[in-house]
Write a protein that binds this ligand. Structure first.
Ligand code: PLP
Length: 400
């Protein structure tokens, strides 16, 4: 018997337009951060409705830069989710601050604002929320909490390019931004890609200025400006910066991807809707919830398996049938890189904290989402027949 075609978990959508666009910077002689990056920033800021956009090498450094810019320093606390890709919590630790993890709402995989308020202390210097898998979190509630306590809100919007949120009655793009700064990723697993890449959006010109210094060695006058000048300009280095630049080759690809974004998101929403319909035939499967204030870009589609079902066995069964899946999003606090003293759940020993290494009762929804979540294939170009095969195979896996 002929082996069935393999269905990957994700696949970037790239074509001739992206390939051709790289000719421009390559043949121009200017290949790192330059005119293509500037144009990509300009187009991205217009797309999401932000005053400023600053391109960087990836979203991990974007989050780190955002936290530095809002003033996070060693010894501070940053409230965030453990249930996220590890880069979220890592970015907090790079600043020397301690990540304080709060649990998630099992329907949306996003942090529960009611829990955030409970762990605020006088050392809390930022709330770092995540739009997990592209699903906007309850930003309005988080921004309100931030306002009341004078704590800045940074959005990890790594997965959320093209996602929308209802804000004061109108649908707006994630990244406008609604918090103080939003951070995006262009890794190939996200909806649009530049190979690797990131973007920070803000309405605060001082933050934007700070990003531009941080990403390029703290250099007072960028090389592009010196290159274009007819008079000699000597730069100075005004702060301890980094090399977090995006290249012009990447930005040229990003500009083409951005043109495709509306169509990519439109198709993904159709795919998600079809999964919803097909999966409703399997009553024991919980499909992802979309709150009334959110419109996901469906960067990923994660269902919940019944608790008595062995996640790994289902994944292996599907893999044997040629279908790639992934477990639910990881939890940072369960990883060896996160020894107990490196994070907090907001409680201290003697104050009801009974956390052990790699587990925490107050993060049980996060842990359950990791253990019982199942990410199924969703990418541009996935066919109706592929989706039916995914659902039929999942049904068969559960029946074994
Ligand atoms: C992908 C991802 C990141 C990291 O993005 P990079 O661009 O790969 O650094 C951070 N946070 C979340 C939630 C992500 O999914």
């Amino acid at each position: 018997m002929e082996e069935a075609k393999k269905i990957p978990i994700a696949k970037p959508f790239l074509g001739e337009n992206e390939a051709l666009a790289t000719h421009r910077p390559i043949l121009s002689g200017w290949v790192t951060q330059g005119p293509e990056v500037a144009a990509f920033e300009n187009e991205f800021s217009k797309e999401v409705g932000a005053a400023h956009a600053c391109a960087v090498s990836n979203c991990t450094v974007a989050i780190y830069m955002a936290l530095l810019s809002v003033g996070v320093k060693p010894g501070d606390e940053v409230i965030t989710a453990s249930h996220s890709f590890i880069a979220t919590a890592n970015a907090v630790r790079y600043t020397g601050a301690v990540p304080v993890f709060v649990d998630i709402d099992p329907a949306t995989f996003n942090i529960d604002p009611a829990l955030v308020e409970r762990v605020i202390t006088d050392r809390t210097s930022a709330i770092l929320c995540v739009h997990q898998l592209g699903m906007p979190c309850d930003l309005a509630a988080l921004v309100e909490i931030g306002k009341q306590h004078k704590i800045p809100v940074v959005e990890d919007a790594a997965c959320a390019t093209g996602s929308e949120i209802r804000w004061n009655g109108t649908w707006e793009k994630i990244g406008k931004p609604h918090g103080d700064i939003a951070c995006f990723s262009f890794h190939p697993r996200k909806v649009i890609t530049t190979g690797d890449g990131g973007m920070l959006t803000t309405n605060n010109p001082e933050y934007d200025q700070h990003f531009r210094l941080l990403r390029q060695h703290g250099m007072s006058v960028p090389d592009t400006a010196r290159h274009a000048s007819n008079t000699v300009i000597n730069e100075s280095y005004v702060l301890l910066g980094h090399n977090f630049r995006m290249t012009d080759i990447q930005a040229a690809v990003g500009r083409e991807q951005l043109k495709r974004l509306p169509e990519l998101v439109r198709e993904r929403r159709i795919l998600a809707e079809r999964y919803n319909t097909l999966l409703r035939q399997i009553p024991e499967i919980m499909i992802p919830g979309q709150p009334e204030y959110a419109r996901s870009n469906w960067q990923s589609y994660c269902v919940r398996l019944p608790r008595h079902i062995d996640q790994r066995r289902v994944m292996q069964y599907m893999l044997d049938e040629g279908i790639s899946t992934r477990r639910g999003v990881m939890c940072a606090h369960r990883e060896p890189a996160y020894p107990r003293e490196s994070w907090s759940c907001g409680l201290v020993a003697g104050d009801g904290c009974d956390c052990a290494a790699f587990t925490c009762q107050r993060l049980h929804e996060s842990e359950a989402a990791q253990d019982h979540g199942l990410v199924v294939p969703l990418f541009n170009g996935l066919t109706e027949a592929d989706q039916e095969r995914v659902v039929e195979t999942l049904k068969a896996a559960l029946a074994v």
